[in-house]
Structure formats: C-alpha cells, structure tokens
Design a protein around this ligand. Sequence first.
Ligand code: ATP
Length: 236
Amino acid sequence: MLLELEDISLLYGRIQALHGISLSVAEGEVVALIGGNGAGKTTTMRAISGIRPVSAGRIRFDGQDITKLRADLRVVRGVSQSPEGRGIFPGMTVLENLEMGAYTRRDKAGIAADLRRVFELFPRLEERRRQSGGTLSGGEQQMLAVGRALMSRPKLMLLDEPSMGLAPMLIQQIFQIITEINEQGTTILLVEQNAQQALSRAHRAYVLETGRIVKAGTGEELLHDAAVQEAYLGVA
Ligand code: ATP
C-alpha cells in the first residue's frame, strides 16, 4: 500500500472530528472519500498532509511511518498538499503559482517538462500564464490548484473537492483530467461532495459519517448501494 491510515483520531480543541479512521490507498488507484457536510473528509486530508496533528493512530506512506513528520517534509516524500479552499496565491501570476508547486524540487529539466504537461492538460492556464491568480475565474482557479499540485510531481495527490463551485460542463472536464492524471501514473485520493462523479471515477471509495468510516467498496459497488444512493446520490 502507498498510504495506510490506521485508527486515526483527530481533535480540534475538545471537539473530536475523527474517531478511529482506517483506510488505505494502493499505488495507481483513485480512491474517493464521500460523505455529508462535517463528516470529516477535509479533516482526514489535513491529517494525511500533516496540516493538523493526529491525537491517536498511525499513518504510513511509501513504506515509512509519517505520523509525526512535518507537513513540508511530507511534500518532499511525495504527498501533494491539499489546497485549502482553492489555495492559490492571488497576487502571483499563473506561472509563478505553478512554479511554487515545484519549490521542493531541484531538477530544472523535470520541472520544465511538468510545466509543459500542465499546459497540455490545461491550455487555458497557458493562455493566462501572465495573469494574476486572483483575477482568474473560479473554474480557472480550480485548474490552477490542480496544476500546482501536479508540479510537485507527487506520488500521492490529495484533491479536496476539485469540482466545488464549477459549472456542470467544467465538472465533467475536471474529472476527465483527474482520470488522465491517474492514467499517467499518479495515485489520487479525492474528497468529493459530487458523489456520482467521484464514485464513477474511483477504483474504490469510503463513506464517512461523523468522523467514522461507515462503508467501503469499489466505486461501482457503492454506486449501486441502496443506502448510498439514498443518502448521497439523490435517489429516492
Ligand atoms: P464539508 O463537506 O462540509 O466540507 P467535511 O466532511 O470536509 O465537510 P470537516 O471540514 O473535516 O468536514 O469537518 C469535520 C468536523 O470538524 C466538523 O464538525 C467541523 O465543524 C469540525 N472542524 C473542522 N475544522 C475545524 C476547526 N479548524 N476547528 C474546530 N472544528 C473544526
């Protein structure tokens, strides 16, 4: 397994947001976390990226225990930071934002190649490369956040609600690109409110409710699960 969470708990002050989460992501997979508002999806991502310390449990990544490793050192190991909100730098240009994504790297040729790859995936970003991030449309900022995460050439990409606030056509497009990124070899852990899209794209998925995993299965299995359909897919 590339990533393993074993019985993770996490506290915000006296509020316990995660109650013993165990999950795993194998190399090459797209795994989705779905669940309602406040279920703990973003918090799980924060535990993995190291933005918040866990109060109990263990996190293993790429064969090593990273439970207590600093967030920036997790990036160096290959965990891309999940953007908080869209998390781009509004005062920097598109190009500068993308270069920031590669700040832990020294391989200039590799960085240049990855920049070309991001521009191939998102031609819109290339057209706007000299424009400041804050003046991009919502959809373009979302693309920039995904592009910036790719620039760290992660082994594991954490995507927190990549479809948030996007028009239906753009939602299709961003999920298409996520599939492409995965097919090019990047493992992905995806948090999504858009359960329909997430489950149809993911190899496997976990359902979170109030800080606990209540169900797990292949994307296909969960798409056809009556309880999941009723709670998250709007099927009566
Ligand atoms: P949503 O889909 O609404 O974003 P989520 O599944 O991502 O929900 P989290 O953001 O992980 O949920 O929140 C889990 C719980 O932790 C919620 O009850 C939330 O109120 C609480 N929480 C989140 N961040 C903090 C914080 N910084 N301080 C205190 N409580 C927090």
